[in-house]
Design a protein around this ligand. Structure first.
Ligand SMILES: C[C@@](CO)(OP(=O)(O)O)[C@H](O)COP(=O)(O)OP(=O)(O)OC[C@H]1O[C@@H](n2ccc(N)nc2=O)[C@H](O)[C@@H]1O
Ligand SMILES: Nc1ncnc2c1ncn2[C@@H]1O[C@H](COP(=O)(O)OP(=O)(O)O)[C@@H](O)[C@H]1O
Length: 339
């Protein structure tokens, strides 16, 4: 595809509905057993080819940095610069950004001389355990594959994704047996071995409402893992997956867990307080996602979810970002336009 095309996509966030850490590996990573669901809280990503053999990125918060800062109770600024590491809403635009890393890895892998120009609109909080950077990276790889017509090189694209981060492959396209795009995946290994989760045909993922709460305390994944004590008797995700597959809502909700929660709550007591507020609000099941600091709860239906959202908004905002979300496919469609 020529330089005249620009591709657009909307990388979704993820929530870990189940997360167990059965072992620490010799390479410094941990073996994980997790079920993740993609949700319709999405970033916006645009990628195009350039003759200039470099990768450049522009990034901003949506609807704006100051609007997010106001919700989070952070100072607003007259001339926001997201490239300032001192800014609480800092987004790197150099090779620390996984979009840049992924596009560079793609060029290197396929021996491509031309470059890429990318624009990123962020809605997914960073350092939240919601996989925003990983999803952006996976979608950047899919956009590059579309522009260079190598979307059928599944294994190679997976390999590039896994080299960027353990959570990245989850956000590449993956089909269930019925041919539909998967919304949930079972990830093992260090997280890079992903299988689409076949769920009961009675289970309508879009009817599950999830309320997300993010306190502005980014938590480092490495720091949380390093403070973890490996459980003596790890819990398998089998019962949880089985409950999803048979659409036994009571059972899957009661089998949800996150092994990293205790450590994250020790590192940041605000997470513990936030989880208490979520449980008190009437949500059915509440827990941390990934290594935090975002937490979420499951609501029984849209009316309950909206009522609880309103009540939490008046109790916790400003100070906590609250969003209502539904489950969506792990890989967003890619739209191509002439530039
Ligand atoms: C905890 C989880 C759960 O989904 O999500 P997040 O909280 O990051 O969203 C993941 O395991 C995070 O995956 P990801 O964020 O891609 O981590 P990576 O970049 O691969 O690794 C960052 C660091 O985390 C630690 N790490 C990561 C994955 C893993 N299975 N074991 C680890 O010990 C390592 O110290 C590693 O250097
Ligand atoms: N595309 C990106 N969007 C946001 N943050 C990014 C991105 N690429 C790299 N980062 C950096 O990675 C850190 C973790 O981001 P993220 O993946 O969103 O969190 P988590 O691993 O908790 O899900 C951020 O604090 C930020 O400095």
């Amino acid at each position: 595809m020529s330089e005249n095309f620009v591709v657009h996509t909307r990388p979704p966030a993820k929530l870990n509905l189940f997360l167990e850490i059965p072992a620490k590996r010799d390479d410094g990573y941990h073996e994980i057993d997790t079920v993740m669901a993609a949700i319709d809280l999405c970033d916006e990503l645009q990628v195009q080819r350039t003759d200039d053999p470099t990768v450049s990125l522009q990034a901003n918060w949506l609807p704006s940095r100051n609007e997010i800062a106001r919700e989070l109770g952070l100072p607003t600024t007259e001339s926001p610069s997201l490239a300032d590491p001192e800014d609480a809403l800092f987004i790197p635009t150099d090779e620390r950004n996984l979009v840049v890393k992924a596009l560079q890895a793609f060029r290197q892998h396929f021996g491509i001389a031309s470059g890429f120009q990318a624009r990123l609109g962020k809605r997914i909080p960073a350092g939240a355990g919601m996989g925003g950077a990983s999803s952006d990276a996976a979608h950047a790889i899919s956009c590059a594959a579309q522009l260079h017509q190598v979307t059928h090189h599944h294994q190679e694209l997976h390999q590039i994704a896994a080299s960027i981060g353990s959570d990245v492959p989850f956000f590449l396209p993956m089909s269930c047996e019925n041919g539909q795009q998967a919304c949930m995946g079972w990830a093992t290994g260090r997280g890079e071995k992903v299988a689409p989760l076949a769920i009961s045909s009675d289970f309508d993922p879009s009817e599950t409402y999830l309320l997300i709460a993010y306190p502005p305390i980014p938590l480092s994944t490495a720091k949380v893992y390093s403070a973890l004590r490996i459980p003596k008797d790890p819990v398998s995700s089998a019962k949880f997956r089985q409950a999803l597959q048979s659409n036994n809502r009571e059972q899957w909700e009661s089998s949800m867990m996150n092994r990293l929660s205790e450590v994250a709550e020790e590192i940041t007591p605000q997470v513990k307080d936030l989880l208490k507020s979520l449980w008190k609000s009437g949500l059915e099941t509440c827990q941390l996602t990934g290594s935090g600091s975002a937490c979420f709860g499951v609501a029984s239906n849209f009316e309950n979810a909206s009522r609880i959202l309103n009540a939490l908004q008046s109790d916790l905002t400003p100070g906590v970002l609250l969003r209502l979300a539904r489950i969506t496919p792990t890989a967003a469609p890619i739209r191509t336009e002439r530039s």
